[in-house]
Each structure stands twice: as C-alpha cells, then as structure tokens.
Ligand binder design. Structure first.
Ligand SMILES: CC(C)(COP(=O)(O)OP(=O)(O)OC[C@H]1O[C@@H](n2cnc3c(N)ncnc32)[C@H](O)[C@@H]1OP(=O)(O)O)[C@@H](O)C(=O)NCCC(=O)NCCS
Length: 171
C-alpha cells in the first residue's frame, strides 16, 4: 500500500531567504509582530495559549479528528526531546496570538510540527513570513533540512510549503 502522506523537505542551504524577506517586512507593516515562544517566555500560561491556537487551526486540517487534550499536547510537544521554544514562531496582532510555526530538532533536520494561522488572517502571507523568520533557528541548530508531511487533501499547506521551496522528500 502506498504511503498516504505528502512528505516534503527543504534543503536549508538552498533556501532563498532574500526572496521571502518581503513577507516578513509586510507583516511588520501590517502591524503583525513575529517572535518566538522563547522570546515571549516559555511559561505555563503561554503554553496554554499556544495549545488553544494550535487546536483552533488544527480543526481545518483534513481528517485531523479530535485534537489532543492539553495534557497530551504537553507530553507530545513540550516534553519531547526535540522541543526548543526558540523554534516556535508566534505571530501577534497586538496581544492576540494569530499564527504559529512550530518546529522540533532532530539532529541533521528540523521537523515542522505545526503551522497555523487563524482563519481571519489567512491569505496575507503570514505563514510564509513565519516560516521564513523561523529559518534562522533551523540554520543555527545545525540542521541541513526542514521536513514536513501533510494530508494529501491539505492543498493550502502543501502549496504554502512548495512556495517556500519544499520538494517531495526522497525515499
Ligand atoms: C496552511 C495555512 C497555515 C496557510 O496560512 P496563510 O497565512 O493563509 O498562508 P499564506 O497567505 O502565507 O500563503 C502562502 C502560500 O500558500 C498557498 N496558499 C495559502 N492559502 C491558499 C489558498 N486558500 N488557496 C491556494 N493557495 C493557498 C499559496 O501558494 C500562498 O502563496 P502565494 O500567496 O504567494 O501564492 C493556513 O491555511 C492554516 O492555518 N490552515 C489550517 C492549519 C493547517 O492545515 N496547517 C498545516 C498543517 S501543519
């Protein structure tokens, strides 16, 4: 049986950072601030806000099913060996968290755990900006690749990653 997931990867050395800088600049001009969970503070309260944002955005992933409980989320994301709050990019409109691009570290690659933008903010380049912003962490962590996989029906997420230069993963 063939693998149902669309597996994508990006060679960090090939990432065209200057090409995507304008998305980061546009976010700033629109009043959207990009930062990381490490900068905001990896506190219990912020972990709860991140959970709620992730849960809301994940409701739009095809066939995602019921989302984790908060305790399950803590176990899977914050207690995982690859967790690093510097790899969790947050987009804020004022004090409101409106987007996230979370990665984890795995030796020579970083894995995209979740990218999500609240529905009212979609289609403005915010996911591209967050992922471009997060590329510095991927590079600094010593990784050579960023990996992700998606449900084949998640056309927006697949298009978003291909737009950034992700290609079908080998093997
Ligand atoms: C996928 C998601 C994060 C995209 O966020 P976004 O901020 O709206 O995306 P952007 O505006 O940055 O668009 C980036 C690119 O994605 C593609 N894209 C995004 N939304 C699209 C849409 N509705 N139709 C077609 N292409 C789309 C385009 O290629 C676009 O680049 P372009 O505008 O230069 O052509 C958002 O739709 C979302 O949160 N979905 C629910 C959660 C999810 O499925 N996450 C991925 C699984 S981890």
């Amino acid at each position: 049986m063939s693998d149902p997931w669309v597996k994508l990867e990006l060679d960090i050395a090939q990432f065209d950072a200057p090409c995507f800088e304008k998305y980061v600049t546009r976010c700033g001009a629109d009043g959207i601030r990009l930062t990381t969970l490490a900068e905001l503070g990896d506190t219990p309260a912020h972990r709860r806000v991140l959970y709620e944002l992730n849960k809301e955005c994940s409701a739009d992933i095809p066939e995602r099913g019921e989302f984790y409980s908060f305790d399950e989320y803590v176990e899977r994301r914050f207690a995982a060996a690859g967790y690093d709050p510097r790899g969790v990019v947050i987009a804020l409109d004022g004090d409101t968290w409106i987007g996230m691009a979370a990665t984890s570290r795995h030796g020579d690659f970083v894995f995209n755990e979740m990218t999500g933008v609240r529905a009212a903010y979609r289609g403005r380049g915010i996911s591209i900006a967050m992922k471009a912003f997060g590329m510095a962490f991927a590079r600094e962590s010593g990784a050579t690749k960023v990996r992700t996989f998606h449900h084949p029906a998640n056309a927006n997420a697949i298009a978003m990653n291909r737009r950034l230069g992700f290609v079908d993963a080998e093997g």
